[in-house]
Design a protein around this ligand. Structure first.
Ligand code: ATP
Length: 511
């Protein structure tokens, strides 16, 4: 069994070797926290986008799409609060000279305490066997209770210090908890400073007339400033939503963990506009709906959990993350935020234009409240890839690397493999390829032994391998091999389409 670190390294190496993800500008030794998606990567990414867009836009009559520009008027970011408040608290270790996010150091410390609680529960469940009552154990065990108290204490203290903007207290908390730098092993910390995460650039000639712009740190603001354009042209009635997929940029202080934390990344966001006072109902609705979407992928539901925020962003009155069990632990995959009327009200104020909705039901105008669902496409990609990656020992003593990607997200749905390059098999295989490729992404391969070709397809997660052999030429049957079970069935050529379709048509998985 590989430890978590080695497993993650193997996943990164695999992603590169099989054309999923490359470091950006690799020939110049790479650019930190920027990545390129190769031929298999872009297929997987597009399939994830499509799965999200279908479930959000196509399957909701009251959600419409948008593709807004990355460049926006600089006042946007003043109104949204990003110029004044989109900061991360950074802290340096004086011995290792390594830089950290102060809040992440504290959150990682909390995760360690949580892990101790989980271990305690596991130990007890083994000791008591079938009689184990988890609820009772958690509410009565002294050690568990003490640790839970400690977590609440840390959360409250952190939350109070951030709300009051007292960075010295954050540093004191790090010292009090004796949090050490993982590199130097010391707690010799600098003061905590705020660091704005937006990238600045200029539009126009660089002389005096040029204006400073920011690369958008979230796609949401493009939706807010278009609220009235869309509401009017699409004749939408509240409640309704606007969805968008697009790039976002953040000058992250610490960008590690591959595509988990990038400086250029993609978001899939949906802003749902509701009547004031109805936002918590819709917030609960979207929490449930988004979790159901994640579960529809068929990945074990124990890999997901909610994490409700104690420490709310400047615009929110409720917020929760859907966390996924990445190889480096449970981390945020998606955020669901009740953003109140903060953004629309601010844009109304800064632009001087009225942004209101006349509600025929209530007979009055108001600024709608907003519930947002925001998921990182790259993080979603990493969750699918990391969960899919397996290295298996086979009965014959060999081993294989296989990506058990949900079949409907797999880059290639079927590989078409003539057993040999002669006797008319390639021609037959090409004809099958031609009949399938309009509906399914297929790959034709005739090089190397059939075993090697199977291994290559396993490694990129192709759910079906279709082999054309001597018998095909006699009776129009082929063998179809299942990626996960490696079992082969002989079927007639006209049946191929429905077998692939059953596992890869998203209509069978979204509801
Ligand atoms: P984190 O706490 O990890 O920095 P966040 O709370 O700042 O994330 P949001 O502002 O809620 O993130 O953004 C919504 C989603 O965008 C996140 O759930 C995540 O999936 C994605 N995301 C945010 N920052 C990054 C990043 N630097 N790289 C890749 N994806 C990101």
């Amino acid at each position: 069994m590989l430890n978590k670190e080695d497993l993650f390294k193997n996943i990164i190496a695999h992603a590169k070797e099989y054309g999923f993800v490359f470091q950006s500008s690799e020939i110049y030794d790479g650019l930190s926290a920027a990545y390129d998606y190769g031929p298999n990567g872009i297929e997987l990414k597009n399939n994830i986008k499509n799965y999200w867009w279908t479930s959000m836009v196509k399957m909701h009559e009251n959600i419409v799409g948008l593709d807004s520009a990355i460049f926006m008027h600089p006042k946007t970011w003043k109104a949204s609060g990003h110029i004044d408040a989109f900061n991360d608290p950074l802290i340096d270790n004086k011995d290792s000279k390594k830089r950290y996010r102060a809040d992440v150091l504290i959150e990682d410390h909390i995760s360690k305490v949580e892990l101790k609680i989980e271990k305690e529960i596991l130990k007890a469940s083994k000791r008591f066997g079938a009689d184990f009552n988890k609820k009772e154990f958690i509410s009565t065990n002294v050690r568990v209770l003490e640790r839970q108290k400690k977590i609440s204490y840390i959360n409250n203290k952190m939350s109070a210090s951030f709300s009051s903007g007292n960075l010295e207290e954050i540093r004191n908390l790090i010292i009090e908890l004796d949090i050490k730098c993982p590199i130097s092993g010391t707690n010799n910390w600098t003061d905590v400073r705020q660091f704005n995460l937006m990238f600045k650039t200029q539009m126009g000639a660089t002389a005096d007339g040029a204006s400073d712009l920011f690369l958008r740190p979230e796609t949401a603001q493009g939706i807010f400033v278009n609220f009235l354009n869309i509401q009017k042209t699409s004749r939408m009635k509240i409640p309704f939503g606007i969805a968008q997929i697009g790039k976002a940029f953040r000058n992250e202080i610490v960008a590690r963990q591959f595509i988990f934390r990038m400086r250029e990344f993609e978001q899939m966001e949906m802003q749902f506009f509701v009547q004031p006072g109805e936002e918590i109902k819709w917030y609960e609705y979207w929490k449930k709906t988004r979790m159901r979407w994640h579960h529809s992928l068929g990945i074990d539901s124990r890999n997901y959990r909610f994490h409700n925020h104690e420490n709310l962003a400047h615009y929110a009155n409720a917020a929760s993350d859907i966390e996924f069990k990445f190889p480096f632990g449970f981390k945020e995959l998606e955020g669901i935020h009740s953003r109140t009327d903060f953004d629309l009200a601010a844009h109304q104020e800064y632009s001087g234009k009225k942004i209101q909705y006349f509600d025929p039901e209530l007979g009055k105008s108001y600024i709608p409240y907003v519930v947002e669902t925001s998921i990182g496409l790259d993080r979603m990609f990493l969750s699918v890839l990391s969960h899919a990656f397996c290295q298996e020992k086979l009965e014959n003593g060999e081993s294989r690397s296989v990506l058990k990607i949900p079949a409907f997200l797999a880059p290639i749905k079927a590989a078409i493999l003539p057993l040999t390059k002669k006797d008319g098999m390639p021609e037959k295989a090409r004809a099958i390829m031609k009949s399938l490729r309009i509906n399914f992404n297929c790959q034709y391969e005739e090089k190397d032994s059939i075993g090697k070709r199977y291994r290559r397809q396993d490694a990129i997660g192709t759910p079906f391998c279709i082999t054309i052999d001597h018998q095909t030429l006699e009776d129009d049957t082929i063998t179809i091999r299942d990626r996960d079970t490696m079992q082969q069935k002989r079927i007639s050529i006209p049946k191929i389409h429905s077998i692939i379709s059953e596992k890869t048509d998203i209509a069978n998985f979204l509801n």
